[in-house]
Design a protein around this ligand. Sequence first.
Ligand SMILES: Nc1ncnc2c1ncn2[C@@H]1O[C@H](COP(=O)(O)OP(=O)(O)OP(=O)(O)O)[C@@H](O)[C@H]1O
Ligand SMILES: [Mg+2]
Length: 136
Amino acid sequence: MDTEFHTEIQSAADIVTARQRGRALALEIGFTGVDVTLVAAAISEIARNIVDHAKKGEIVLKHLNNVSPNGKHGIQIVARDEGPGIRDVSKAMQYGYSTRKGLGVGLPGAKWLMDEFEIDSEIGKGTTVTMKKWLR
Ligand SMILES: Nc1ncnc2c1ncn2[C@@H]1O[C@H](COP(=O)(O)OP(=O)(O)OP(=O)(O)O)[C@@H](O)[C@H]1O
Ligand SMILES: [Mg+2]
């Protein structure tokens, strides 16, 4: 089962949709309790960054199914946009850094909530954030 679930993101309602789909998939994969909430919170932050900083984009959710070498399960969340990009990714990853009078906790918070976190961003081209959380 390698289905990907795509959610277009351009409004507050879309953020809620992505968050709900993330919860549902996390439960289906076998996450429980607080972990389901952590996954949903990370999706919210990253989706909100699309709306706040890039206007529109998409969230793609995927079940990481029986991944080698040891057959782990998890959830992958990819957030993609073709917005302005991030000039200094290492600055953007610091707590309190915001170009837009935000708290600047979205990216570092999402990283903290997940097990793996990667940003690929290019000025004028857009931003892709890839996050994974493994089932314990
Ligand atoms: N998808 C994106 N496209 C362009 N820039 C982004 C994107 N996501 C984050 N950024 C940049 O990285 C900075 C830090 O993001 P972060 O989510 O940590 O803080 P914030 O969105 O400014 O505030 P908060 O999330 O706390 O409300 C942003 O201010 C913005 O400059
Ligand atoms: Mg943010």
